[in-house]
Design a protein around this ligand. Structure first.
Ligand SMILES: C[S@@+](CC[C@H](N)C(=O)[O-])C[C@H]1O[C@@H](n2cnc3c(N)ncnc32)[C@H](O)[C@@H]1O
Length: 304
């Protein structure tokens, strides 16, 4: 039995390290389904399933081949693992960059999910980047070869075992998924940070506007649907996004993510802090004392 939740899709922005802190805000036995409409690597669903917190899971993302990786994990884990293994072994020390570029060009033609998994494992910061025409254009990381196929095989199969019988995967805009939510659902939302999905090399496929997000949260409040939202944050003096307005009655908690490696390199001591908003009906259920101090520093928790 493994104690650490599996994490087969290497993905920049994954909430794997913050999962214990985020899960600590979820009351036991109150919700039947967790919905993750900005799933990415679905770190929160995987960690929740590891702890058996919900009977059902719905993961969804706008990036189609990413949701197809999830379909493969749930339905054809052996095939996905073997294709990844073959792609991984087709690179060598001498041809790694050339091979990465070939697989990237093929992926841009066929949108094959196994190729995207390989690209994510091999690219700089495990970060998706797209050109204005929607082509995946991230470069290979020249220092690393990407997750070893044996490790990938274990991660894929462990995720398969956790979610194969109780998880639905959808591809689409988060608004459609929010419309499907019912009162026994809890929604965990991790939209792209404001400002990360614009310009020449977009980090994700679509920006979510703050005004739209506020409107949707108003709608969830009026329907009595509970949510946890990762939204803004800061590192040193640099802010990511603007905080949400008070009229939403969401309670803001600051989570200490860790020290920024870039700041450390530059001789500074900046700490990255991310905000999590708890919907009005969730407040009072938080049990931060159970959360390891490394992931969550209660001294900087602010309830507003
Ligand atoms: C910050 S990442 C989520 C990371 C995730 N929490 C994890 O643990 O890996 C944001 C995700 O939202 C997706 N996305 C962007 N715009 C979207 C939209 N309008 N509807 C649904 N998903 C969207 C992106 O493709 C990306 O995978």
């Amino acid at each position: 039995m493994r104690f650490v939740a599996p994490h087969p899709i290497p993905y920049q922005g994954s909430k794997r390290l913050l999962a214990p802190a985020i899960l600590s805000f979820i009351p036991k036995d109150r919700f039947s389904r967790l919905i993750e409409p900005f799933a990415g690597s679905a770190a929160i669903s995987l960690a929740a399933a590891q702890k058996k917190l919900f009977g059902e899971y719905l993961i969804s993302d706008l990036l189609k081949p990413l949701t197809e990786i999830w379909q493969e994990i749930l339905k054809h884990p052996d095939e996905l693992s073997e294709t990844y293994r073959a792609l991984w072994h087709s690179q060598s020390k001498n041809n790694a960059t050339k091979r990465f570029n070939e697989i990237r060009a093929q992926f841009n033609e066929d949108q094959d999910p196994a190729k995207l998994l390989f690209l994510l494992a091999r690219c700089v910061k495990n970060a998706v980047r797209f050109s204005t025409t929607g082509q995946f254009n991230q470069s290979p990381d020249r220092r690393r070869q990407g997750m070893h196929p044996d490790t990938m095989d274990e991660e894929i199969h462990a995720a398969h075992r956790l979610l194969q019988s109780n998880c639905q995967v959808l591809c689409g805009d988060f608004r459609e998924v929010l419309n499907m939510a019912k009162c026994k659902d809890l929604i965990y939302m991790d939209p792209p940070y404001q400002g990360t999905s614009e310009g020449r090399d977009r980090r994700y496929i679509r920006e979510v506007q703050r005004a739209e997000m506020i409107e949707l949260l108003e709608d969830l409040n009026s329907r009595g649907i509970e949510y946890i939202l990762s939204y803004d944050g800061h590192c040193g003096t640099k802010s990511y996004g603007e905080a949400l307005p008070a009229h939403l009655n969401a309670h803001r908690v600051l989570l200490e993510v860790g020290r920024s490696s870039q700041a450390t390199l530059n001789g500074r001591d900046d700490v990255t802090v991310e905000s999590v908003y708890l919907s009005p009906g969730l407040f009072g259920c938080a049990t931060p004392a159970e959360v390891p101090l490394k992931a969550f520093n209660p001294q900087i928790a602010l309830f507003s």
